[in-house]
Design a protein. Structure first.
Length: 347
């Protein structure tokens, strides 16, 4: 394990905000990851586990404890009848994994191309894009239970997956993801294309398939056009991707004119719809390129909030708060931020 005392959260996140940390512990194996977390727990030091830092808003005051930087690697393949199981270490970079599966003609990940961050973060957020969610591909999640001080293997049902949500997100800090096992299909064509924008880009009908490499390329082009592919040389990608989740509301409360999609049945038995957060943000007066000092909406996509060098998380959250208030006042809908914002002393 490598330990540093001169690190700053801003250098560990794609948003580039956040203050100094007491101890940065970089781990390269699952055993080191568990040991680092246990050591901090035994000493009573707050722990923040960081992978790619693409969904993290670092507090300006920094982190008074240990930041454990997950750099574990490894992909174990098992051929299981008509599917291929991949057990992937938490620290494996996600998009590199997606690219490798496309090259190996394994279908399932291709709509999730271009998403920054590490594999271990995908079940936490139930990462999804262009009609696909990792919840439909995960067969198990191996995690360290900090309270029980033991490893656990979670089934998909035990993970409690929902739209951009999971058991791991609902109980922040309780579990540390060690590896994730996915089931992919060995075939040269993609899963059925279920997202209209992607189908149009590919020139296929909804429900049809396309060569894996074509789908990956199309998704990357769409994401780059929105500034959603992380590039350290491109200031328009200094973001956490989509800053707000698409709100789910009863169908009877759908906003006139706002694009929406069916979202199942609510607890009350009424039909629900998912609203376009991007449309709500733009229609509330925060279109592409709206700036306030060193923060603002991306000039390529209103749902991505970007920062400039020297920006603070306080500036970012103040700007985000203005958006939330404007959308609520105009449409009666409350937007929920997608990135995690941990407290300075743990949570």
């Amino acid at each position: 394990m490598l330990v540093r005392r001169d690190a700053c959260l801003a250098e560990l996140t794609t948003l580039g905000v956040g203050g100094p940390v007491d101890r940065l512990v970089e781990v390269t194996t699952a055993d080191e990851l568990i040991a680092a977390v246990r050591d901090a727990d035994d000493a009573g030091r707050p722990v923040l586990v960081v992978g790619g830092g693409s969904n993290l808003i670092g507090p300006d005051e920094g982190w008074r404890g240990d930041v454990v930087l997950v750099r574990t690697r490894g992909v174990n393949r098992t051929d299981d009848g008509g599917r291929v199981l991949l057990e992937v270490a938490a620290g494996e970079p996600w998009d590199a994994l997606v690219g490798a599966t496309v090259e190996q003609q394994l279908a399932g990940f291709e709509p999730l191309s271009g998403i920054p961050g590490s594999t271990g973060a995908t079940p936490v957020q139930n990462v999804g894009a262009y009609g696909q969610e990792v919840a439909t591909l995960i067969t198990s999640v191996r995690a360290y239970d900090r309270a029980a001080r033991t490893e656990r293997l979670f089934t998909p049902e035990e993970c409690g997956f929902a739209y951009r949500d999971s058991r791991f997100k609902q109980h922040p800090g309780a579990y540390v993801v060690l590896s994730v096992t996915f089931a992919l299909r060995p075939q040269p064509h993609s899963v059925a294309v279920s997202y209209a924008e992607l189908a149009k880009k590919l020139g296929v009908e909804l429900g049809e398939t396309a060569p894996l490499a074509d789908v990956r390329q199309a998704v990357l082009e769409l994401r780059r056009g929105k500034g959603m592919v992380w590039d350290p040389t491109d200031p328009h990608t200094r973001s956490a991707g989509s800053f707000f989740t698409n709100p789910i509301v009863p169908a009877a409360e759908a906003v006139p004119g706002c694009p929406s999609w069916p979202a199942g049945i609510g607890a009350d038995g009424a039909a629900q719809v998912k609203l376009s957060a991007a449309w709500l943000v733009q229609s509330a007066g925060f279109g592409k390129g709206t700036r306030d000092g060193r923060v603002g909406t991306s000039p390529r996509h209103s749902l991505a909030l970007t920062t400039e060098p020297g920006a603070t998380s306080a500036e970012l959250m103040t700007f985000a708060g203005r958006i939330v208030a404007a959308v609520r006042e105009r449409f009666g809908v409350t937007l929920v931020p997608e990135p995690v914002r941990p407290g300075a002393a743990g949570r």
